[in-house]
Design a protein around this ligand. Sequence first.
Ligand SMILES: Cc1cc2nc3c(=O)[nH]c(=O)nc-3n(C[C@H](O)[C@H](O)[C@H](O)COP(=O)(O)O)c2cc1C
Length: 399
Amino acid sequence: MIGKISIDLHKLSKSVNIAIPVLAVLFFLAGFKLSYYFHFGTIAFLLLTLLNYFYMKVQTGHALLRNFGLMGQARYMMGSIGPELRQYFFANDTEEKPFNRTERSEVYRKAKDVDSATSFGSQHEFDAREVKVRHSMYPILKEQQTPYRLTFGSERGIQATYTIDKPFIISAMSYGALGEKAVRSLARGAKKAGIPMNTGEGGYPKYHLDEGCDLIFQMGTAKFGVRNDGGTLNDDKLKALVAKETIKIKLSQGAKPGKGGLLPKEKITDEIAELRGVPKGKDVISPPFHPECVGPENTVKVIGHVQEVSGIPVGIKMCVGRPSQVEELVEEMVKQDVFPDWISVDGSEGGTGAAPKAFIDSVGMPLYPGLKTVNDLLTKHGARSRLKLLAAGKLISPE
Ligand SMILES: Cc1cc2nc3c(=O)[nH]c(=O)nc-3n(C[C@H](O)[C@H](O)[C@H](O)COP(=O)(O)O)c2cc1C
């Protein structure tokens, strides 16, 4: 129904299906009687007739084409340009996902160092939003500010601490999910900005190292880059890894907590096999969790082991699911007196290279409640001062 005009698609497609061969015949006749140029039309409509026949009588894979023929194809075409039409013409400035136009343009402006001040007030629905930043009545002046510094590993008193002086890190994105150019561009950007970049689960960070930025090596559940053949941790490879300002053990990721993965053998090129430390010609499974981490006790032991072997700051990344399990983990840290140098809380709204929709939409806690849960539990058990807390999940603006 468009306004008051209703369109019967069945009738329309029947008319189109009759019109196409009829036009082929008419062009054929006109080609004889008037000018042979009309035969171009004959050929075009003949091909369309054959295509229509194929859609409606031969193929069985697409019900829409089987029912509507070429009209069905028109619907696919309209559907395929729908996102662009909505984005450029119809969507309002605050309704797109994952980032709307207002948010994107703020990021673009900041990236280009263009003034991002706007007028006429916020576009957010204020009634439905909590207060996020409680400002002081007595703000400090710029010259009174102490420069930002965060040192990982200082709580353990290790020699090889690692300090960042800007509150940003490029999140884990594996080589594989990203291509060489993306990895190189991000690594180059990180170097320029003076911030570290996380390698993601892609194994040995060849291209990152080429570009020379600070790196956080991610040890995913398959331990790509630091694994034995069976997928267990190879301490020697861990020690030998040169890309190591810090190491992050991935326990779970916001977009797909508890979800493992499969690297199909077809995707294992010579390079991937080398970087990930896996054999060619065999599917490789990323387990849904580290096989050694079968409970809080073992998980904390693994953290302690990696800290000991590597000698550098080691953190963990997790998306909060059941608060009771996070509490058990914190209790175990206190009991063993072993703490990761940081916990990176990943909100369920965070991005991913690939994950099933149900996981993206429904599994895990969003960042704010997740971060609060972890912070509160650490504080409750007197462990908050033993580590740093990081956060990720669509954080693109300063608040
Ligand atoms: C293309 C892509 C690849 C990713 N690969 C990994 C990965 O290898 N390991 C991991 O822990 N998280 C991975 N993530 C998730 C991010 O590290 C991060 O947790 C998520 O994007 C949320 O943070 P953000 O909203 O600030 O991007 C990936 C995300 C994207 C978009």
